[in-house]
Design a protein around this ligand. Structure first.
Ligand code: PLP
Length: 442
């Protein structure tokens, strides 16, 4: 089979990790859907800017002026990347979760959400003061759209909050249809772009969506920023999201006049490095040739799916039987093997990083009848065919019983017993952590 190289260089692409037999192998990072490493160009941009770092919006010094200009230029670039229209606001946040919570704090009416969402696009709405309807997805796109339309016909909604790409399966509803039907019934649309933007072009102006939320750490710029971009009126009318310095015009002892625009919701010192990094990632992705980008991802995804389906007992999860081509995120289960076990084995014996658990999508995993979760593999700009092939070979060895280590479930997490893989030489690193974290099958 033909070799597929990485499309763009990522920091850490050659990082070696220890495996069970004492060897070190290049890490096969197939977990970009959780967090991507930085693009080399993003890290270079950050290094270039650091000598100029100073306070943003708060200083008369030359470096403050430089830093403020860099921050505002980054904002413009981030907005342009998602096709912000004239009058739209681009608010720099911490991540998608922050962006959606911000929007939730200003939405003036009832919200419609589908049960396929990541918790970040579910929990902010679950007890929304203006009310929420949770539409349970059906196994077909057509029937799911019908359910959404029926809800919108029956009642007035301010907002439909919908994923641009599922973090579980990479699928989405046809956004143009959701947006058209929502607008027809007077509702706005938020697209959760956390998974979408690392895989597909998206434009507010072209799609006619009203808001998009996304995270820099899923877009090759892991420096702590995210963004909410979209219509200005609700954001100017709603309460300041973070009370504090920078969000006000005038403060008296008992009364405050809040500013409008992005600053209203960006109280405290802005994350210059995060914004600059995100803008650099936007620039690098913008410069990709769309066809080459799509071919790279499709070739890797096809190779992954055909490899997985060739292994006995592997079942790939899908939300809809009739959805369009998913982005490069694939989730599967293996007969008679807990996902956490498979993931621990892949890491310890093959140097392959994947995600297991319920992916912060508990309602969806419950509906898909995956109470123990599943294993998720994701491909992106830094993925090579060697990464995918190593995963598939590892899984083949697993089903053939070629498992060298002993693995045990302790407090809900799978561990390699007598794990004596050496630690990398990083100052201050004392031990490996349990990585399954709070979204694990708890
Ligand atoms: N939405 C989707 C679809 C996601 O996959 C994620 C993260 O995995 C989020 C929202 C939340 O992103 P963050 O953790 O960066 O806030």
């Amino acid at each position: 089979m033909r070799e597929i190289p990485a499309l763009l260089p990522l920091v850490g692409a050659d990082t070696q990790v220890p495996v069970l037999d004492g060897d070190w192998v290049t890490y096969a990072n197939l977990d970009g859907a959780a967090s991507t490493p930085a693009l080399q160009s993003v890290a270079d941009r950050v290094a270039d800017v650091m000598p100029w770092y100073a306070s943003v919006h708060r200083g008369a010094g030359y470096l403050s002026q430089v830093s403020t200009a860099l921050y505002e230029e980054a904002r413009t670039e981030i907005g342009a990347f998602v096709g912000a229209r004239e009058g739209d606001l681009t608010i720099i946040t911490r991540n998608t979760t922050d962006s959606i919570n911000l929007l939730a704090s200003v939405v003036p009416g009832k919200v419609l959400v589908i049960d396929v969402e990541h918790h970040a696009n579910f929990l902010p709405w679950q007890n929304h003061p203006q009310g929420v309807t949770i539409v349970v997805g059906s196994p077909t796109v057509t029937a799911t759209l019908d359910r959404i339309e029926a809800e919108l016909e029956g009642e007035a909604y301010a907002l439909v909050a919908v994923t641009g790409a599922s973090n579980v399966t990479g699928e989405s509803l046809p956004l143009d249809r959701v947006i058209a039907v929502a607008h027809e019934h007077g509702a706005r649309v938020l697209v959760d772009g956390a998974q979408l933007l690392a895989h597909r072009r998206f434009s507010l102006a072209e799609s006619d969506a009203d808001y998009v939320a996304f995270s820099a750490h899923k877009l090759y710029a892991p420096y702590g920023a995210g963004a909410l971009v979209g219509r200005r009126d609700w954001l100017d009318d709603g309460p300041a999201y973070l009370s504090g310095g920078g969000a006000v015009r005038q403060v008296q002892l008992r009364d405050t006049s809040w500013t409008d625009g992005p600053a209203r919701h960006e109280g405290g010192t802005p994350n210059l490095v995060g914004a600059v990094a995100l803008a650099a990632a936007c620039r690098a992705i913008e410069a990709l040739d769309t066809k080459t980008w799509h071919e790279h991802e499709t070739a890797l995804r096809d190779r992954l799916v055909s490899g997985l389906t060739s292994i006995e007992g592997v079942r790939i999860a899908r939300l809809w039987v009739d959805s369009d081509e998913p982005v490069g995120v694939v989730t599967f289960t293996m007969e008679d093997a807990e996902p956490g076990y498979v993931a621990a084995y892949l890491s310890a014996e093959h140097g392959v990083g994947v995600r297991d658990g319920r992916f912060c999508a508990h309602p969806l995993l419950a509906r898909l009848d995956l109470p123990l979760g599943a294993v998720r593999v994701s491909v992106g700009l830094g993925t090579t065919s060697e990464d995918v092939d190593r995963l598939i070979e590892g899984l083949r060895a697993f089903v053939n019983g070629q498992i060298k280590g002993d693995y045990r479930l302790v407090d809900g997490l799978w561990h390699l017993e007598n794990d004596n893989r050496p630690l990398p030489e990083i100052d201050g690193l004392l031990a490996l952590a349990d990585t399954a974290g709070i979204c694990a099958p708890d």
